[in-house]
Design a protein around this ligand. Structure first.
Ligand SMILES: Cc1cc2nc3c(=O)[nH]c(=O)nc-3n(C[C@H](O)[C@H](O)[C@H](O)COP(=O)(O)OP(=O)(O)OC[C@H]3O[C@@H](n4cnc5c(N)ncnc54)[C@H](O)[C@@H]3O)c2cc1C
Length: 435
């Protein structure tokens, strides 16, 4: 049987209806080709989780009508918080153009809305469809095997998320190592809208994205987040899986510790936990991006490890990598050539975009910080708080003596060798990023 005669054949199959998959599928449909988007869950978004921030530039590029989506709040304020055991130092950046950079959505609602737009534009959506394996013939991926039937396509776009068993099946990537992923755990805590507005100093439509580092996460490589929805707050932590394993810590116990910190506890006091979820986050960065294409297939989003952890960006890299894969599939269909020679265009598109440029910029950051976690994510946050404690306290005691003690203590607890290592790491970070 020739490929043209095969039953159940479309131009493109996309596996996974997350931000990467839906963006790939809608791009193919807009090019006038037949595309099926398959998803193992019974609805888009049902098996997905994230903190909550979607970046406007990517949303606008895929969905020009994104403002019709179920947006919770526009991120008008971005706060960074350093926590010591019982104090906190906060830097707040406020953007007066509240429709600007990002907005907060709830995954179950946002993913569903995105798929609805894709269906309106001609994508065939197949929920409840678990892809068990890719069908490979004569060295080319040519379809998918599900519990029900086999389906065929000229191009298969693999958007099945962080674990991507399917990219692994065809040898594009290896088993993911614990040191290259973080475990994210998150609770959604319900609070009245007015309480959120007052605690975070927001008006109804405005939202706050907060990233926190320090004491409650002990010496672990990880950070916390607090994002505001309309009438709930997402509180979560993301911690290196390797660290959790090595120190035998349970992520939900750490999240409890985090929620007990006075800074966090004040923000969520009186709230009711209405949702708990956990998910892996790719942490390998540029150095661990797998091969992104093979004959008949492309890998996008988390499946390709496209996450910028330094800036907490994942959905935008997923959506735009999906778009570039969709465009590449259209180009291959035009040429009627589905070999690597044509599909390599996808990698070129990623290279010419901010995606691989940014990931390359930060390629060594995780490794450098991993080696100095205790300093950068625990000791220095504590010291910053101690400094402000001294600086702001008026207690009738002369200042010079306090600052002298602070400095002496600083050097007593951090040997010169440790400080030297931190300085080298800091310089490497700065020059690595500026290169
Ligand atoms: C705790 C946490 C917080 C985050 N916070 C943010 C944030 O605030 N902002 C941000 O931009 N990014 C954030 N991210 C990252 C972001 O969520 C991801 O980068 C993004 O969701 C990746 O999209 P994706 O489409 O590649 O994969 P996913 O969203 O994981 O989608 C993969 C889809 O494939 C389906 N699937 C898997 N296997 C199969 C199969 N065999 N057959 C059929 N379907 C299958 C799954 O059910 C799923 O729907 C966060 C991630 C985590 C874990």
């Amino acid at each position: 049987m020739t490929e043209e005669n095969i039953q159940n054949k479309v131009d493109v199959i996309v596996i996974g209806a997350g931000p990467a998959g839906v963006s790939a599928a809608i791009t193919v449909a807009r090019g006038g080709k037949k595309v099926v988007l398959v998803e193992r869950a019974n609805a888009a978004g049902a098996k997905n989780m994230y903190g909550g921030v979607v970046y406007t530039h990517a949303a606008k590029e895929i969905f020009p009508n994104y403002e019709d989506a179920p947006i919770e709040r526009y991120v008008s304020k971005h706060n960074y918080v350093l926590l010591s055991k019982d104090s906190s130092t906060e830097i707040s950046y406020k953007n007066t153009n509240h429709n600007g950079n990002a907005f907060v959505t709830i995954r179950a609602k946002w993913d569903k809305w995105c798929v609805e737009q894709a269906v309106k534009e001609g994508v065939y959506f197949a929920p409840n469809t678990l892809v068990n394996e890719l069908i490979v013939k004569n060295g080319k991926v040519c379809g998918i095997r599900t519990d029900v039937e086999d389906y065929f396509a000229d191009v298969v776009i693999i958007a099945d998320g962080v674990n991507s068993l399917l990219a692994k099946q065809i040898g594009l990537r290896k088993d993911i190592k614990p040191k290259n992923v973080a475990m994210g755990v998150k609770e959604v805590i319900k609070l009245p809208c007015e309480v959120i507005n007052s605690r975070f100093a927001l008006s109804d439509n405005q939202g706050c994205a907060m990233e926190l580092a320090g004491a409650p996460l002990k010496d672990l490589f990880g950070m916390g987040i607090i994002y505001t929805n309309k009438d709930s707050v997402a509180v979560g932590i993301g911690v290196s899986l390797d660290d959790l394993k090595e120190k035998k810590l349970k992520p939900y116990e750490l999240l409890d510790e985090f929620k007990k910190h006075p800074f966090v506890a004040e923000l969520i006091e009186g709230g009711e936990v209405v949702e708990y979820s956990a998910h892996l986050i790719p942490e390998g960065g540029y150095n661990h991006i797998p091969k992104l294409y093979t004959n008949g297939a492309l890998v996008v989003g988390d499946a390709a490890g496209l996450v910028n952890n330094v800036h907490f960006e994942g959905t935008n890299l997923a959506m735009l990598s999906g778009k570039y894969a969709g465009e590449t599939a259209l180009d291959a269909l035009e040429r009627n050539d589905f070999s690597e020679n044509t599909l390599c265009l996808y990698k070129k598109k990623l290279e010419n975009s901010f995606i691989l440029k940014d990931l390359r910029t930060y390629k060594d950051v995780v490794q450098i910080l991993l080696g100095r976690t205790s300093s950068f994510l625990n000791y220095y946050p504590a010291k910053v708080n101690e400094f402000f404690e001294i600086f702001t306290t008026a207690d009738g005691v002369e200042k010079q003596g306090k600052f002298r003690k602070f400095t002496k203590d600083f050097f007593r607890k951090r040997s010169l060798a440790e400080l030297f290592k931190d300085a080298v790491a800091g310089i490497k970070l700065i020059f690595g990023v500026l290169k």
